[in-house]
Each structure stands twice: as C-alpha cells, then as structure tokens.
Design a protein. Structure first.
Length: 825
C-alpha cells in the first residue's frame, strides 16, 4: 500500500497548480465574482504560524468558493513601506529596500510551501515606484479637493521612533508600535480631512451587516459623536468670549467656574499680568504629567486661577477662570463650563479650590442637600435654581434651553466628534514622498500627475534624527516649481504607511496598469471585497482609513461603491506557552519547521482545528501530532481500498445491510454538516471534527467487513466525495487521491459535492419507554412502525414487562418515534 509521505506529494502538486495557472483569475467571467482578501503583511521578518493562520483561513474560503462555482479573486502583497521595515533595516545595517525585498522573497516562499492558492500574477508591494506613484496620485487628488492640508499643531511624538504619530497610533498614551510614552510637539504637518466624513463613516456602519459588532462599536466610539450646544461666555473686562461645547446645556445655571486646557493659547491671553510668573511654573509642572493619565477620573485635579472672570450668560454672575490639568486641548474647544454639582471632575476640582457648588437638577426620589453632597449628581432629575425652567424634567430642559440660548444669541445647537483629522506626514525615510513643492512665488504646489512619481532617493542617510532624512538630501530637496519653473523646495516628509494600505485592495484588480491606479470598470466589477480577513487591531486604523478613502474616491466619481469591505472576519491569535509569539520570548513556531516535520496539509488542518478561528488559541505540539495521525489514518483507509475501486463506478450503489446504509448516511450527513459549517460563520474546527467522525465510520466499516464483501461502488462514492470535502483543508493530499482514483482533472477545479437528501433518511429510531413517568428502557424500531407494533415490541422487552406484570394498564400514550408512556396501577 502507498505510504503517506507529504514531502513527496506537496511540492509536486504545487508545481502542477503553478504550471497550469489554476489560480490565475480571469478579469471577467460568466461565473459570479467573489473577492476574497486577507490583510497583507509587513515584510519585516519571516512569518510564524500565528501570521499564517490568516492566510490559511483566506485559502479555505477561496478554495471552497471556487468549487462552489465562483470566479474568485484571491491576491497577495506586502505593506512594504514604513517603520517596521526601516527599523529592522537599521538594526541589521542594510538598506530598507534590500531588507524589504529579501523578506518579501522569504515570505513568498513560505506561503507557497503552505499551498495557499494566490494569484501570484497580481502580487504587489507598496514600496515599488509603480505602486507609490499612485499613492502620491491619491494625495494630489485629495489636495485638489481640499482634503489634504498642512497646519501647525500639537502632535503626538514618539521619542523612540523619532516621528509623529496619528491619534489612532497612540494607545493609552503609548506608541502603538514600540510602546514608548508619546510626548507632544508643535509641528507643521500634513493632514487628511477625515473629519469631513465623520457623519457618513458613522451612519454607514449600519450598512455593514457582515462586520463583527465589536469592530463597529470601536469605530463608533472612535468617531465619538455627541450632540449638545456651543455656548459663548463673555470675559469680564476683555472684548472677547470663550466658546465651550457641552452635552449638558440643562446644567448651565449651575456653572460656577470655567476651566481651560494648559495647551490652549487662550491661557496666555487671559492671564493677568500679576499672575504670569506663577502660571509659567504651573504649566511647566503640568507639561511633565502624562496627558492621558492626568485627564482620568482618578487623577489628582490641579488648577491655577488666571486672575480673570467670565460671565455666566444666563445668571449674569462673575465666575473665575482656571487653567486645569484635566482638560485636553484636542477635544472640544479646549475650554469647558464647569458644573461641580453635576460633573464629578468639576466637583473634585471645586472642593479642592473652594469654588461654590450649585445644585440645578434635583433627585426626585430623594432630594439633595447641596451642603452634604459627597459626589456629583449626574443623573436626570427635576430642574431647580434654573430660572424659567424650574420644575420641568432635565431631559425635557435640554432642548428648551438650547432654544432659549439660540433666542438670546448666547449659543447654538451643535454636534461634535472625537475624531480628529488624520495626520499623514512622517519624519522618516522609508515611505512615499509627499508630492508637494514649495515655491517662493507660487507657495505650496502639488506635483502634477505627469511628473509622478516623486522618486524616493536611494542613497540617503536614513538613521532617525527627528528630522526628515530627505531634508538632508540637497539633490532631492532642490527642484523647480511645476507652475512657474522657478526654484522650489520639495516637501521632505514621507506619508504614513496607512495611506499606502488605504487603497491597496483596488490595485490588485489592475496591478500592472501604467497610466492609472485602477480601471474604474474593473474595480466596479470586483469590489466591494466580498470577504476581508485580518486582525481586530486594525479596527480604528486601517479599516477606518480604507472606508474613508473609498468614500472619497466614490465622491470623486472613480468608483461606484462607497464601502470597501462587505464582510469582515477577524481571526484570533495563536499563543505559545501563554504568550503571543515573539522572537524575544523565544516561543516562535516556524511554519517551515512544521511543514518539514508533518507537511503543509497537517499544518493547515491543525491551525484550523485548534479552536474556532475567531478565538485565540494555544499552540500544542501534541495537537499537531494528533491531526497528523488523523490524516495518516484517513490516507491509510483510502489507500487500503483504492486499487479495488479505481475502475469502479459509483453510479449505481446498492446497499445490502445496515453497516453499508450507516456508512452512506454518515457520508452525506458529513457533506451537509461541513458545507453548513463553512457557510455558517467559518466553523472550520467543527468541519474538521466532522471529517474525523466520517473517517471513524470508514474505519468501522472496514473493520467489520470481510474483504470479499466490500461494497465497491459505495466505497468509490465515499472516497471521491471525501477527497472533495477534504480538499480545501488538505489540498495536496486530496489532489493525490483524486489523481490515484484515475481522474485526469484537478480536484481544485471540481465542483463541491451536494448531499443526497435520501441518504440522510434514517430507517430505525430509538423510542424511550416510560412507566408512570419514569424512564424504564428504550427500544429500536423501524421508522415507519405503527403504534401497535411499537407497543408489542415494548411489552416484550424484559425490563419493561417486569414492571407491568400483575398490574393494570390504565393508559398508553405514544409520541411517534420518540416516546411510549405507560400508566399502570
Ligand atoms: Zn514608537
Ligand atoms: Zn512657482
């Protein structure tokens, strides 16, 4: 019998698939289209099995959908610009480009060995000129529409990466990439105006029924819409007012002070001469505090009175203006109206600095004594101390008070978002140069399309210094103005790598197009992506940016759709010894090692069998060993009969006994189950468990049947269909079996099998016997048996008859094919 030696069959079939170009996708086809996309990797090292999980999931989908008759687009590429590659290159003392392409080659070989069915003709890398030319084109289009602009602002600065970060790249005050505490810097930077799309990005989340709820919630919270009012507070003695945004205009009668963020330029304007010196000391102290911690509820509130008062516009009272450490400049207007009775942070602050606390909303259940308040009252209630609004509910008061403010010209209805514009400039080398020049005569000029790409020079000192490396390259920097031809200077910053990845899914459709980023007709056919697969860590970065860019391109008329990804699947991680795999922890499992030991089919099947794919899972050496044994047993069962069934047809199958009936039923049950598991939410682990069960039935049949009694047509059907449903998971093995069955087609091009409804029918059922409500036994009966027959068999059952003997049968209730209840006295 032929032995299972993965190394002998896997390379062979990979070569055949490549030679026959079976995974090359025709641009158009009669078949319905299916765009199956995995998030592309940073080529900053080699892949471990945790990375591979994503690609294996994507491959199951691609292979399954092909068999279901779809024209499947399943491409692969590399997010090849950016810090990971640049930092690794610096560490290894080679040029980022050399490093990147070396890694790309390694990753490509790793992926090919796993047998992932990519259309390699469409491979892209975002760091190549023919790609980043179009990233620059995107920038120019954004600039022309007023969606790219430059401004000086306080920005997040990572002292370790030596570059600015977008808000989305700061997690709990730390750099998303390296974990270093982020500091603030005032710099002039380029932004994309994502805030213009805040409302649509929020509302259209509803369209995304195929997205996980947690990702949608994260985006919703990140966009952070709140409705309320903008209110102007006049400053006493100065000809100016301070604008605040509040979601609680119902508390305005309770405003007893104002608080301003330390970073706000208002601080300098408002402080009185005699307090300037002390202010400086205070600001210095705050600047040393972590600005994410200092705004937390628990943090110690610190403030400084600016010597100045504002006027509460509804009470006319003078209220002190403080600079306070718990106010962030980036949110709202950087100033707040403080209502100590109804906001805990304001309450803590007022207690500390002896500021009056005025109750304006009372608790209807238990009236509040303001003298005895120990914390703020933030719930709804009844308006008190609020002029004309006393006595109504605070909920009702919100709208009425906004009307009142609008009437009196004090304030107006307003909506605010937490979302800030996307900061896209980076002071690093390995990225697409921002295609802008500065001319003394013409000012800022975008590089016209015909002059793109602005090439990234290769021999540049790229070690991080905090300055853009390109600014040290005179040859790059000095240029001529595209408008007037006069001398001009190039922008030296490069683009955030998230700009590269915000549109890459479009490029796969026309990866080699030279005069356009993509063909609208083609992307309108292929997009939106039908299934997108990747990590949840991209919820508010890549996934939000891609939605934004798609909407921009839609509005510019380049694409018909306005959401890029119809269905999103976020896979869980693979842990080893309780930790995320990392070189520093020394717990990395290499797919290459596993393939060498067990073969790619075992690796693929094990990765999917470990746990539901959306869940995190712990790598187990015993686990992969177990899956390998399963595939071997399956192989052995098949090859023990393969020679006998090679020239047998499965057209006519006669089932001679229960064993044969059971086996065929199990086969068709398995086809049904595995199909439903794949379709119904990626339940690959239970699908594989189904294959294992089917193989157990196969073994059972072989063990209980003499060789001469084997039902060959049945076995032919079994092995053929088994190979088909196995093929997405263990494609090499399935291809080998298919070939050895005498087929001259490739299994990857075959149709997914349908189950036979008839074969599922059972002919025997188990009926439970109860006597006076207690279970006393069970019997197997023909599925079509009538009540009389069932009763007769039941009464003959010794266990049952012993309970009935000598007793009077009062009643018998029969629930067909389920239950026989006998009542005796
Ligand atoms: Zn960093
Ligand atoms: Zn000019």
């Amino acid at each position: 019998m032929k032995e299972y030696i993965p190394s002998q069959i896997e390379k062979k079939w990979q070569k055949v698939w490549e030679e026959k170009k079976v995974f090359e996708t025709p641009q158009y086809s009669e078949k319905p289209k299916f765009y199956d996309l995995v998030m592309f990797p940073y080529p900053s090292g080699t892949l471990h099995v945790g990375h591979v999980k994503n690609y294996v999931i994507g491959d199951i989908v691609a292979r399954y959908k092909r068999m279901k008759g779809y024209n499947v687009l399943h491409p692969f590429g590399y997010d090849a610009f950016g810090l990971p590659a640049e930092n690794a290159a610096i560490k290894n003392k080679i040029h980022p480009e050399v490093w990147t392409f070396k890694n790309i080659e390694t990753i490509r070989n790793q992926i090919k060995k796993i047998g992932i069915s990519y259309d390699w003709k469409r491979e892209i890398a975002t760091c190549t000129e023919d790609y980043y030319k179009w990233t620059q084109w995107l920038f120019v289009k954004m600039y022309e529409k007023g969606l790219a602009y430059k401004k000086k602002a306080a920005v997040n600065w990572c002292p370790s990466c030596q570059t600015v970060l977008a808000n989305e790249q700061v997690v709990d005050g730390k750099c998303e990439r390296c974990g270093t505490e982020v500091t603030l810097k005032h710099l002039e930077q380029w932004y994309f105006k994502i805030t213009d799309y805040a409302e649509r990005l929020l509302n259209d989340l509803e369209k995304l029924e195929g997205w996980p709820e947690n990702v949608k919630t994260m985006q919703k919270n990140w966009i952070g819409k709140s409705t309320g009012a903008e209110i102007d507070f006049k400053v006493d003695g100065l000809d100016m007012s301070i604008r605040v945004f509040t979601t609680r205009p119902d508390t305005i009668w309770g405003v007893t002070f104002m608080a301003i963020a330390p970073e706000s330029p208002l601080v300098e304007t408002l402080v009185t001469e005699d307090r300037k010196k002390e202010l400086e000391e205070f600001l210095k102290k705050v600047s040393l505090e972590d600005r994410f911690k200092r705004t937390s509820l628990e943090a110690e509130k610190e403030g400084f009175f600016l010597g100045r008062y504002a006027i509460n516009p509804v009470t006319g009272e003078k209220i002190p203006i403080y600079v306070a450490n718990y106010i962030l400049y980036e949110y709202g207007t950087g100033a707040i109206m403080a209502v100590p009775a109804h906001d805990q942070r304001d309450f803590d602050f007022a207690k500390k600095y002896n500021i009056p606390i005025r109750l304006v909303i009372d608790n209807p259940e238990s009236p509040i004594d303001v003298e005895k308040m120990e914390k703020s009252y933030e719930d709804e209630g009844i308006m008190v101390n609020s002029g004309p609004f006393n006595g109504i509910s605070s909920k009702e008061a919100i709208e009425k008070i906004i009307d009142y403010l609008e009437e009196k010209n004090i304030g107006k209805r307003s909506v605010q978002y937490k979302l800030r514009d996307w900061l896209i400039s980076r002071q690093r080398y390995w990225g697409a140069p921002i295609p802008v020049v500065y001319c003394e005569k013409c000012g800022t000029v975008a590089v016209p399309e015909e002059q793109l790409p602005v090439k990234l020079p290769k021999d540049v000192e790229f070690l991080p210094t905090g300055q853009s490396p390109l600014s040290l390259d005179k040859q790059f920097l000095n240029t001529t103005c595209p408008k007037c031809g006069g001398p001009a200077r190039r922008e030296a910053d490069t683009m955030d790598t998230f700009v590269d990845s915000s549109w890459y899914y479009l490029r796969y459709v026309n990866p080699n197009l030279e005069d356009k980023p993509f063909e609208s007709k083609d992307v309108n056919y292929w997009l939106p992506v039908d299934q997108y697969i990747g990590g949840v860590e991209h919820a508010v970065l890549h996934l939000l940016y891609s939605r934004f860019i798609t909407k921009v391109l839609h509005d510019m008329g380049y694409v018909h759709f306005d959401e890029p990804f119809t269905n999103l699947f976020t896979q869980g991680m693979i842990y080893k010894d309780g930790w995320k795999m990392s070189k520093s922890k020394g717990n990395v499992v290499s797919p290459d090692d596993m393939i060498e030991k067990y073969g790619a089919d075992t690796l693929r099947t094990y990765i999917l069998f470990m746990a539901p794919p959306e869940k995190d899972a712990e790598w187990s050496d015993a686990g992969i060993e177990g899956v390998h044994r399963f595939l071997k047993r399956l192989w052995n069962n098949i090859y023990s009969v393969l020679e006998k069934i090679k020239n047998v047809s499965a057209e006519k199958i006669e089932l001679k006994n229960k064993l044969e009936k059971d086996l065929r039923r199990k086969l068709h049950q398995s086809i049904k189950k595995i199909t439903e598991d794949i379709e119904g939410g990626f339940k690959f682990n239970t699908a594989i468990a189904g294959l294992m069960e089917l193989n157990n039935s196969f073994s059972d049949y072989l063990n209980k049947t003499e060789e001469k009694d084997l039902n060959l047509p049945l076995l032919r059907e079994l092995v053929e269909k088994l190979a088909l449903i196995l093929s997405p998971f263990a494609p090499h093995m399935a291809e080998e079996i298919w070939h050895d069955l005498g087929n001259d087609t490739l299994i990857v091009n075959e149709e997914w099998p349908k189950y036979d409804e008839k074969a599922l029918e059972v002919d025997e059922v188990t009926v439970i016997i109860q006597i006076n409500g207690k279970v006393r036994g069970k019997i197997n009966v023909d599925v079509n048996a009538d009540e009389e027959t069932v009763k007769k068999i039941a009464f003959e059952e010794p266990k049952v008859s012993s309970y009935i003997e000598g007793k009077e049968i009062v009643k018998v209730i029969y629930v067909k094919n389920k239950l026989l209840n006998i009542v005796v006295k």
